[in-house]
Design a protein around this ligand. Structure first.
Ligand code: SF4
Length: 455
């Protein structure tokens, strides 16, 4: 790439959905001949992709904008916090432009305006899979934008709009390009993965000599034929989710479901306006585990939601004890500007929220530790993320990157491993959240039974 090419610094904050937005913007910029640089000082301009989900994220985003302004001076802001531009300009009047989430064209336009492109088509090549911010061996696959629900604590629909699904052939095409570029794990994300295709009336599209429907279970089945691990995030427990359980039993899709339950008390779930709040989730979990005993369940919960009584919190603890989830994240309720839940009566005092948070985390730590201890002595397939000295940091089918635990492999043969390789490991010890292992077998190229399929 020519030295004179304009350089853009990029800061990506927030959830995997925001990361995918960043990747899109970066891909576009790179295709226009911009160079992207990791530090502010060497950049001609900085783009900050912000998160505005909770107050902590807003604070982090405002700090990042301030840092970029101090170090560079030319800053364009995009992302969720951009939906409330006054929050940004009040604190940082010097930003060049504020754009909202998924405002790709606007961000690119603002970059053009303040830093015109200098494109040389002979040297500026973009790889067909686009620019990715994750390591080479795993990638987030965003299947839709927006959400049709109106959970009372959330302002995402007002920032990102109603559900807009990407046509299934587009998603599968991207998955194949990623696989061909060496991706070994596809992490399917959206705001509501189980609702995929509802806005398109589950439209069928031609795919090779067949037709495929833009629908959650059909997508999971097709992705399961491609070879990489397929991990499903942000799934709600609607009845049709049962359709992916057989795919897990067959080894096509990872036996892993990330379901943000948020609470167990029916009254609190109603106040939260949660999707599928009337489902008997314990019964569903029992049936899923009956069909796929190794199923890993991850979830998140909110404690201290307005009006949550001690009895309702105790109901949540009892539910957790019964559900025996593998991975749990917990947040103390905090009001988000513009959320309907702010109007609810009976706020829970901060010290009660703290106390409930600790009780929930303690219970879950005990459950998680016991579930991990039960894995000691088992052999499992792991995917290596990195090698650190004489140990390899890997993940099992139960561990999503960044949010779950790790499998630390030590002993002979480990230094032969490389990031992105699969290996067979025997679990030798467990802590509260992670596993220790030794290597059983040399690395292998892909998932057992996975085959390179296409349209
Ligand atoms: S399902 Fe609820 S919490 Fe999730 S994005 Fe939609 S409105 Fe927000």
């Amino acid at each position: 790439m020519s030295r004179a090419n304009p350089k853009v610094g990029f800061v990506s904050l927030g959830c995997p959905k925001a990361l995918v937005d960043s990747e899109r913007i970066l891909t576009q910029l790179r295709s226009e001949g911009y160079e992207t640089v990791p530090e502010y000082e060497g950049a001609d301009l900085v783009v900050v992709n912000t998160c505005g989900f909770i107050d902590e994220a807003v604070h982090e985003s405002l700090e990042a904008i301030g840092e970029a302004l101090a170090a560079n001076g030319k800053v364009i802001v995009t992302g969720c916090l951009g939906a409330q531009p006054e929050k940004i300009t009040a604190r940082h009047p010097g930003v060049l432009r504020v754009t909202g989430p998924q405002a790709y064209e606007e961000v690119i336009g603002a970059v053009h305006e303040h830093l015109p492109p200098k494109h040389d088509p002979y040297v500026d090549l973009v790889p067909p899979q686009g620019i990715r911010l994750t390591p080479r061996h795993y990638a987030y696959l965003k299947i839709s934008e927006g959400c049709n629900h109106r959970c009372s604590f959330c302002i995402i629909p007002s920032m990102r709009g109603d559900l807009v699904s990407r046509p299934i052939t587009q998603v599968l095409g991207e998955a194949i390009r990623l696989r061909n570029a060496g991706v070994k794990e596809l992490l399917v994300i959206s705001q509501d993965t189980s609702a995929y295709g509802a806005d398109l009336k589950y439209r069928a599209e031609p795919w090779g000599s067949r037709e495929v429907r833009t629908r959650f279970a059909d997508l999971a089945r097709e992705l399961g034929e491609l070879g990489p691990w397929v991990r499903l995030h942000y799934v709600y427990p609607y009845p049709h989710v049962d359709e992916v359980i057989p795919l897990m039993a067959e080894g096509k899709v990872l036996p892993y479901l990330d379901i943000p339950f948020q609470h167990a008390s029916p009254r609190i779930l109603r106040l939260m306006k949660r999707p599928a709040h009337a489902e008997n989730t314990l019964e569903r979990i029992r049936r899923w585990r009956g069909a796929v005993p190794e199923l890993t369940l991850r979830s998140t919960f909110i404690v201290g939601f307005p009006g949550e009584t001690e009895e309702e919190f105790a109901e949540l603890l009892a539910w957790l004890e019964e559900a025996q989830l593998d991975r749990v994240g917990c947040f103390k309720y905090s009001p988000v500007d513009g959320a309907a839940a702010n109007e609810l009566p009976d706020p829970v005092p901060e010290e009660v929220k703290d106390e409930r948070w600790h009780r929930l985390m303690q219970l879950q730590q005990r459950i998680s530790a016991a579930r991990l201890r039960a894995k000691v002595g088992r052999r499992m397939r792991v995917l290596v993320d990195r090698v650190e000295g004489r140990a390899a940091i890997a993940r099992s089918e139960s561990d999503a990157p960044e949010i779950d635990g790790i499998v630390r492999i030590s002993g002979s043969g480990v230094t032969r491993l490389a990031p992105g390789e699969f290996a067979e490991a025997e679990i030798t010890a467990a802590s509260d959240y992670d596993l220790e292992a030794r290597l059983c077998q040399a690395p292998t190229g892909g998932r057992a039974g996975g085959k390179a399929a296409g349209p």
